[in-house]
Write a protein that binds this ligand. Structure first.
Ligand code: TEU
Length: 542
C-alpha cells in the first residue's frame, strides 16, 4: 500500500534471515540472500518485510540474544549489506521493519560482561536485575519466577574472586539477561538505537517481548499465578505491567521526528485483546500482534468471537486490528490445523497433512479479507508444514532443550525455504542448510509452484493482488455478518463478500456475485453455490 497510513491495511511478510536464502554457501541465510529475493516478495504482493534479528549475537536464541544492537552479525553480513537491502527494498516499494529486542541483551553484551567482571557493586549491575540469593549462603534464587524456556528465571554468577555470587534475572535463556528499565541509561541507549536504525532508513520496528520490559516493584513472588500459560491468564508480575506504556510514549516521540510514516508493532502476549489495545493507543505503538487470533483453531464459532472481540477492542483506540496465523515461535498453521484442536501451538505431530493444508489455505483467505493488517510468515505461502521429525542432534531451539517436554518445538517452523525443485538445499544455498530439509521440499518449492494453477503460492499471489486492486478488502474497522449455515462464516465488506466453510462438509450458500478468489472448489448453479469442506471464497457483488 503506497497510500497514506499504509500500515493500517498492510500485509507484512516475516523473513527469518537464517532460513530464507543463503548467498555465500555457509548453510545459513544472510542479508544478501534476502536482498536478491526482494523481487520475489514484490511479485508476491506484500507491502513490507519484517526481518527477525540479524544483529551481532552469539546465537544462543537464534539472534534474540543481542550483543551489539548497532552491528550486523558476520553470519548475516555487515552494515553495508543492511544498507543495500533497505535501499533496494525501497526501490521496489517494499518497506523494511527490523526487530528490536529491548527486554534483554545477550550475556555477551558489553554492559553485562562488565557487570560481571567488575564484581559486586559495579554500577553496570544496576542496568540488569542482580540480586543476592536467599538462604543461608545465598544459594537460593531471589524469587520463584520461572524462565519461559523452563527452569528458574535466575542464574547465579561466579564473582571475579571465584566465589559464588549474585543472581541475575532472565525471563528467557540464561544467556539473555533482562534489562532493568528503571535505570535511565537503558532508556537512553534504546532511544539512541532507534535513531541509529531510523537514520539507516528503516520503516519501523517489531518490538520483541514488548509486554515484558517493566517488572512489578520489588520483584514479588509469583505465588499461585500460572505463569507458563501466555494467554487467557491474569497479569504476571513480569508481564504487561502498566509502567511499560510510558516507555512507548517516549519512543513514539522519537519515531515521529522522522518523516515517512514509520511504525512500531508490539509482540505483546497479553491475557486479552482489550489489554493488547492499551499498546496501540494514539500516542503509543501502531500495531500489536493478535495472538488470540493465532491461538484460535479453525472453527467458525470460535473465530467469530475472536474477530468481533478484536474489532471491538481496536475501534475505540483507532488502531488497526492485526491478524497472524504463523511465525517463528509456533507450529505452522498447516500443521496445527492438521491436528486436533486443543494441542495448542507447539506440536510435533504431522497429523492429516492434506486436511491441514486445505484448512490453512482457507484460513489465509479468511485472514486476508478481514479489516486491518495481516502478517505472513515465510514459507506459509508455499503451504509448508512444520518439520516434525527433526532429531535432537540437529535441533537448536534453547526452549526445546530447557522445556519440560511440552513446549519449544520451534525448530520445525524454522527449516530453510525451498526455492528450486532440485539442487543443493533446494535453492536455499550452495552449502546445505543449517536444519535438514525433508525430501518433499522440492515439490513445495517456489519453482515447483510458480505458474501452477491451484498451487498455494498462486493462491497467495491472487489473493494479495486482489487485495491491492480492491483496497476495500483490508480497509475499515468492522465486518457486516451475514446469515450462514452452521460451521460457516459469511460477512460483507462493502462490495465484497467472504464466506469461510470451516465444517468438514460441503455447504450450499447463495451465489453472492462473481468469484474473485477461492481456496478450493466452489460450483455455482444459478443463485446457489456449493462450497467444499474447509474452503473460503471471496465474491465481488458489483
Ligand atoms: O518470543 C516471546 C515469547 O514469549 C514466546 O513466543 C516464546 O518464545 C515461545 O512461546 C517459547 O516456546 C520472542 C521471540 O519471538 C522469540 O523467538 C524469542 O525466543 C523470545 O522473544 C526471546 O527473545
Amino acid at each position: 500500500a503506497a497510500h497514506r497510513d499504509w500500515w493500517r491495511d498492510a500485509v507484512i511478510y516475516q523473513v527469518y534471515p537464517r532460513s530464507f536464502a543463503d548467498s555465500n554457501g555457509d548453510g545459513m541465510g544472510d542479508l544478501e540472500g534476502v536482498r536478491t529475493r526482494l523481487p520475489y516478495l514484490r511479485d508476491l504482493g506484500v507491502d513490507a518485510v519484517w526481518l527477525s534479528p540479524f544483529y551481532a549475537s552469539p546465537q544462543a536464541d537464534a539472534g534474540y540474544d543481542v550483543a551489539d544492537y548497532r552491528a550486523v552479525d558476520p553470519m548475516f553480513g555487515n552494515l553495508l549489506d543492511a544498507d543495500a537491502l533497505i535501499r533496494d527494498a525501497h526501490e521496489l516499494y517494499l518497506r523494511i521493519i527490523v526487530d528490536l529486542v529491548p527486554n534483554h541483551s545477550s550475556d555477551q553484551h558489553e554492559w553485562f560482561k562488565r557487570a560481571v567482571t567488575e564484581g559486586p557493586g559495579s554500577p553496570l549491575r544496576d542496568r540488569y536485575h542482580f540480586r543476592p540469593g536467599k538462604g543461608e549462603n545465598g544459594e537460593l534464587p531471589p524469587n520463584d519466577w520461572e524462565s519461559i524456556f523452563g527452569g528458574p528465571a535466575w542464574t547465579r554468577i561466579t564473582e571475579p574472586d571465584g566465589t559464588p555470587g549474585e543472581w541475575y534475572l532472565h525471563l528467557f535463556a540464561p544467556e539473555q539477561p533482562d534489562f532493568n528499565w528503571e535505570h535511565p541509561a537503558v532508556g537512553d541507549e534504546f532511544r539512541s538505537v532507534l535513531r541509529f536504525w531510523l537514520d539507516m532508513g528503516v520503516d519501523g520496528f517489531r518490538i520483541d517481548v514488548a509486554h515484558g520490559l517493566v517488572k512489578a516493584a520489588g520483584l514479588p513472588d509469583l505465588g499461585s499465578h500460572d505463569q507458563l500459560k501466555l494467554l487467557g491468564n491474569d497479569v504476571m508480575p513480569f508481564f504487561d505491567q502498566d509502567g511499560v506504556h510510558a516507555i512507548y510514549r517516549e519512543w513514539r516521540l522519537v519515531l515521529d521526528e522522522y518523516a515517512g510514516e514509520r511504525i512500531f508493532v508490539a509482540e505483546a502476549w497479553t491475557p486479552t485483546v482489550e489489554r493488547t489495545a492499551n499498546y496501540v493507543r494514539p500516542d503509543e505503538l501502531h500495531q500489536a500482534f493478535n495472538f488470540q487470533y493465532l491461538a484460535t483453531y479453525w472453527d467458525a464459532a470460535e473465530l467469530k468471537v475472536v474477530i468481533d472481540r478484536t474489532l471491538d477492542a481496536m475501534r475505540p483506540v483507532g488502531a488497526p486490528a492485526t491478524w497472524v496465523l504463523s511465525n517463528h515461535d509456533v507450529t505452522r498453521h498447516a500443521t496445527r490445523f492438521a491436528n486436533d484442536p486443543g494441542l495448542g501451538t507447539q506440536i510435533r505431530l504431522a497429523g492429516d497433512r492434506a486436511l491441514g493444508l486445505r484448512r490453512a489455505r482457507a484460513a489465509t483467505l479468511l485472514m486476508l479479507a478481514l479489516p486491518g493488517s495481516a502478517y505472513v510468515y515465510q514459507g506459509e505461502e508455499l503451504g509448508l508444514p512444520d518439520v516434525v521429525d527433526l532429531s535432537d542432534e540437529v535441533r537448536q531451539d534453547p526452549a526445546y532443550f530447557r522445556g519440560e517436554g511440552q513446549d519449544g518445538f520451534r525448530d520445525g517452523c524454522r527449516v530453510p525455504i525451498p526455492w528450486t525443485r532440485e539442487g543443493s538445499s533446494y535453492g536455499f544455498g550452495a552449502g546445505g542448510s543449517w536444519l535438514p530439509q525433508p525430501v518433499e521440499w522440492g515439490e513445495l518449492s517456489v519453482e515447483a509452484q510458480t505458474g501452477e494453477s491451484g498451487s498455494t503460492l498462486e493462491l497467495y499471489r491472487a489473493a494479495l493482488a486482489a487485495r491491492r486492486e480492491h483496497p476495500g478488502l483490508g480497509a475499515g474497522d468492522s465486518v457486516e455478518w451475514l446469515r450462514a449455515p452452521q460451521g460457516v462464516l459469511a460477512f460483507r465488506r462493502g462490495e465484497f463478500v467472504c464466506v469461510a466453510n470451516t465444517s468438514g462438509e460441503a455447504v450450499t450458500i447463495p451465489a453472492y456475485g462473481e468469484i474473485l478468489v477461492a481456496s478450493g472448489d466452489v460450483t455455482v448453479a444459478q443463485d446457489e453455490a456449493k462450497l467444499s469442506a474447509d474452503t473460503t471464497v471471496w465474491w465481488t457483488t458489483v
